[in-house]
Design a protein around this ligand. Structure first.
Ligand SMILES: Cc1cc2nc3c(=O)[nH]c(=O)nc-3n(C[C@H](O)[C@H](O)[C@H](O)COP(=O)(O)O)c2cc1C
Length: 185
């Protein structure tokens, strides 16, 4: 029997199993990712985020954020991003390119009600993110329902690298139903 990283189907299945696990297991290496966007000035931007959802059937990944954060302005201007993951146990890098849909308002009631109180406090705060302050103590934590935003990343491609005795790299694209092809690593 072949190992999961030896076939395109095995690799694709493992990637989605790991992402689904990562979304619900805080101890998983895939619970966090670097989210890269295009900055408003045109330069690359990146920051760490928590993976909150992964749906293989919709090929989507979900991140929660503060609507007032700069990344939301960037994604409104250019709704494309990359989520970059690394799992050192499985020696797997996943570079998921996504078209981002920004959800706000009543559509998020169920998600908002499901948030534990400490998590809800991530959405809000005065002054808003990235505002210069004279002192670190000038910041006041507030919970603001209207500031809760969900970024749904519709996966357009996944570039996957497995480091092993032999390095393997594959590209899965939405345009052919994520059939996948091998790339030179
Ligand atoms: C481990 C880790 C996880 C984070 N998770 C999130 C997150 O899920 N959503 C979020 O908006 N910011 C998260 N942050 C904070 C962001 O990295 C970033 O500092 C903040 O969102 C402001 O980014 P922006 O100015 O580019 O919008 C996290 C930071 C760390 C270190």
């Amino acid at each position: 029997m072949s190992d999961w990283f030896e076939t395109l189907g095995g690799l694709r299945g493992q990637v989605w199993r790991m992402l689904s696990q990562g979304a619900c297991d805080p101890d998983s290496a895939l619970h966090t990712a670097a989210l890269a966007t295009t900055g408003l000035g045109g330069a690359a931007e990146a920051r760490m985020v928590v993976l909150r959802g992964a749906s293989p059937s919709d090929a989507s990944l979900e991140v929660h954020t503060d609507r007032a954060s700069r990344k939301v302005d960037e994604l409104q201007a250019k709704p494309k991003a990359t989520l970059l993951f690394w799992d050192p146990v499985q020696s797997l890098q996943i570079r998921a390119r996504v078209d981002v849909e920004i959800l706000t308002g009543p559509a998020l009631d169920n998600r908002w009600n499901a948030l534990a109180e400490p998590a809800a406090r991530n959405y809000g705060g005065r002054p808003p993110p990235s505002t210069p302050m004279t002192s670190a103590h000038d910041y006041e934590e507030t919970t603001e329902r209207d500031r809760f935003a969900v970024l749904v990343g519709h996966v357009t491609s996944m570039d996957v690298v497995h480091l092993g005795k032999m390095h393997r790299r594959a590209l899965f694209e939405s345009k052919d139903g994520f059939a996948g092809m091998w790339l030179a690593p």
